[in-house]
Design a protein around this ligand. Structure first.
Ligand code: PGA
Length: 253
């Protein structure tokens, strides 16, 4: 069954002790809150925080995600962190293809494809991000851009793996800008993504995949966004660093 998901993306924020405090706060809230078995709460934390956060939360209620992984297995790749290293700490998810990685660190669709393969190989669930830039939206090319990101990166992914994948639609113009896509804009794209997945893998599989919206999700707009048919939750950046806001977003799921 398709899951409803709220995933925090802390990006490069908080020192480990601060991250632990934040995670413990969310954990205390989740101990009281009955989210239901169709819902999943994920914290996407820096590599340096994974071990500490995992030991601070109840894994039945909160899963931990890395924000990136290497495209390689192991070897002479100074500064890289492999999917197997992430898995060995107990993380369950990894964000792959975030627009900040594409923009600042040279992640291409092809590299992202290799990172996805690493995730599957090591039993991590990838949260695959896609989304158009402001220019691409203004030019009306947004459906084409997102379709090509999906096809080019997911091309080698087998059916057995695609069902486990979480997709996050994150229009670049909405990330960290305070300018959220309207529920209608987001729903339009999510329905399009599901149709694209259906063309590639069939309706049944497309219906199983959770598609999250990301880009300035906050405590005031999450409920309306999440009520749309094809929006299965959110990937939340800035607001995931504020415990009270993040709790409100979880409650709106
Ligand atoms: P934002 O970031 O919520 O701060 O816009 C979302 C993301 O980049 O995942």
């Amino acid at each position: 069954m398709r899951k409803k998901i709220v995933a925090g993306n802390w990006k490069m924020n908080t020192l480990p002790a601060e991250g632990e405090t934040l995670a413990r706060g969310i954990n205390e809230f989740m101990a009281e809150y009955n989210a239901g078995s169709d819902k999943k709460i994920i914290l996407g934390v820096p590599f340096t925080h994974i071990d500490r956060v995992i030991h601070s939360v109840d894994s039945e209620k909160i899963a931990v995600s890395a924000q990136n992984c290497s495209q390689y297995d192991s070897g002479a790749y100074t500064g890289e962190v492999s999917a197997s290293m992430i898995k060995s700490l107990g993380a369950e998810y990894v964000i792959v293809g975030h627009s900040e990685r594409r923009q600042y660190f040279g992640d291409t669709d092809e590299i992202i494809g290799h990172k996805l393969a690493q995730a599957y190989k090591n039993n991590l669930i990838p949260i695959f991000c896609c989304g158009e830039s402001l220019g691409e939206r203004m030019e009306g090319k947004y459906f084409d851009v997102v379709k090509s990101q999906i096809i080019n990166s997911l091309i080698r992914v087998e059916k057995s793996n695609i069902v486990k994948t979480v997709i996050a639609y994150e229009p670049v113009w909405a990330i960290g800008t305070g300018q959220t896509a309207t529920p209608a804009q987001a729903q339009g794209m999510h329905a399009f993504i599901r149709r694209t997945l259906a063309d590639l893998y069939g309706n049944a599989i497309a219906g199983e995949i959770s598609i999250l919206y990301g880009g300035s999700v906050n405590a005031a707009n999450s409920a309306e966004l999440f009520s749309a048919d094809d929006i299965d939750g959110g990937l939340v950046g800035g607001a995931s660093l504020k415990a009270e806001d993040f709790k409100t977003i979880i409650k709106s799921l």
